[in-house]
Design a protein around this ligand. Structure first.
Ligand SMILES: C[S@@+](CC[C@H](N)C(=O)[O-])C[C@H]1O[C@@H](n2cnc3c(N)ncnc32)[C@H](O)[C@@H]1O
Length: 331
C-alpha cells in the first residue's frame, strides 16, 4: 500500500477504480464575456436528433462542473462553512495525528481544513472523480505547505468496487452524497474502510429547506431554480435529512447537528453565494427547462437582489446543513 509508511506521504498515483470517463463529458463554450464556461453533459443529457435538449433520469456527473470559476466559488463557500465543519469534525474525534479520507474533495477546502486539524503527523487522502478537482487540491496543498495531503482519483458511484486503502481512522465528506445514487451502500462500505472504532462524518444539505421570515422573493426563486434543476437532473436535493437513516442502515447510531448559514443584507457573502451558485449552474438550469437565460439574466442578479425593497435589512439563508457522525464498531 503506497501510503503513510514513515517519511513524506507519497501521493498515490493509481486509479482506485477504473479510470473515469468524467473528463470526456465536459464540453466548453464561451459565455457572454465570461471565461470558458463548463457545459456539463451527463450521460443521456444532450441534444436529441431533433435538436432539443434531452435529460437523463439517471444520476450523472457533478452538476456544477469544475471550471476555475466553480472552484473559486467552492472556496468561498468553504469559508462560510468552515466553522460548522470544524466543529463537526472535532466532535467526530478528528485531531492531531488522525489519518482521514476526504470523499469528494472538490477544490480542496475540506482537505485543507482537515490538514490543519490533523497537523503534520496526521494524513489526509483527498478523493474525487474529477481530475480538475484533484489538481486544484494538490496545488492548494502545496501552496499551504501541507505535505500531509495526498490525492487520488476515485468514483464513489460504485461502492462495492471502490477500493480505498483500509485502516484509516476516519472518512468524511461534505456536500457529496447528493451525487452518489448508492449512498447507503457507500456508507456501509466505509464502515469496512475505516479501522474498527474509527469515525465517519458527513455534512450534507437539504436544498428544499431554507428559511427566515420575509425572505427575498428573488433569492427564493434562485433557490427554487437550483432545487428543480437538481430534481430534473436526477440528483437528490435533500441528503442532509437522510443522514441519520443512512448511518442506521450501516449499523451506526449517528450524532446529529444542523445549521443554517445566514448573511445580513443583499451584499452579504451569503447573498453573493446564492448568485454564484446560479452562475455555475446556469447551463443546467436552462438545459433542464427550469428558467430561460433571459429570466435568469445572471449578470444582473446581484443588482436585482439589491434593488428589492428592504434588501439591506433582510437575512439571506443558504439551505439547511445537517451533519452526522459516528464511530464504527470496535470488534
Ligand atoms: C459540491 S462539491 C463539494 C466539494 C467539497 N467536499 C467541499 O465541500 O468544498 C462535490 C464534489 O464531489 C465530487 N463527486 C461527485 N460525485 C462523485 C463521485 N461519484 N465520485 C467521486 N467524486 C464525486 C465532485 O466531482 C465535486 O468535486
Amino acid at each position: 500500500m503506497p501510503m503513510v509508511v514513515g517519511g513524506a506521504f507519497r501521493p498515490y498515483s493509481g486509479f482506485l477504480t477504473r479510470p473515469s470517463a468524467h473528463f470526456g463529458r465536459f464540453g466548453w463554450i464561451e459565455g457572454r464575456g465570461r471565461p470558458l464556461w463548463p457545459l456539463l453533459r451527463p450521460p443521456g443529457w444532450g441534444s436529441s436528433s431533433r435538436g432539443e435538449i434531452v435529460m437523463s433520469d439517471t444520476l450523472g456527473d457533478y452538476a456544477l462542473g469544475h471550471a476555475q470559476q466553480e472552484l473559486v466559488r467552492l472556496s468561498r463557500q468553504g469559508q462560510l462553512l468552515a466553522p460548522f465543519t470544524r466543529s463537526v469534525f472535532a466532535a467526530a474525534g478528528i485531531g492531531p495525528g488522525v489519518r482521514v479520507i476526504d470523499l469528494g474533495c472538490g477544490g480542496g477546502d475540506v482537505s485543507l481544513l482537515l490538514a490543519e486539524m490533523v497537523g503534520p503527523t496526521g494524513r489526509v487522502l483527498a478523493v474525487d472523480r474529477a481530475p480538475e478537482a484533484l489538481a486544484a487540491t494538490r496545488a492548494r496543498a502545496e501552496q499551504a505547505g501541507f505535505s500531509q495531503i495526498a490525492t487520488v482519483q476515485g468514483d464513489l458511484s460504485d461502492p462495492k468496487n471502490l477500493s480505498l486503502p483500509e485502516g484509516f481512522d476516519a472518512a468524511v465528506g461534505r456536500l457529496v452524497l447528493h451525487y452518489v445514487p448508492e449512498r447507503a451502500a457507500l456508507i456501509r462500505r466505509l464502515t469496512e474502510v475505516v479501522r474498527p472504532g474509527g469515525a465517519l462524518a458527513f455534512i450534507e444539505m437539504d436544498l428544499s429547506v431554507n428559511g427566515g421570515s420575509s425572505p427575498s422573493p428573488l433569492a427564493l426563486r434562485m433557490l427554487d431554480w437550483m432545487l428543480q434543476t437538481f430534481r430534473r437532473g436526477g440528483f437528490e436535493p435533500d441528503t442532509g435529512s437522510q443522514l441519520f437513516g443512512l448511518f442506521r442502515g450501516a449499523g451506526l447510531e449517528a450524532e446529529l447537528m444542523a445549521t443554517s448559514i445566514v448573511g445580513g443584507g443583499a451584499d452579504s457573502a451569503v447573498a453573493r453565494m446564492i448568485v454564484d451558485v446560479v452562475r455555475s449552474l446556469e447551463p443546467q438550469i436552462i438545459a433542464a427547462g427550469v428558467a430561460t437565460a433571459e429570466e435568469i439574466d445572471v449578470d444582473t442578479l446581484l443588482e436585482r437582489l439589491r434593488a428589492e425593497p428592504g434588501a439591506a435589512d433582510r437575512s439571506f439563508y443558504l439551505p439547511r446543513l445537517t451533519a452526522a457522525w459516528a464511530r464504527t464498531a470496535t470488534v
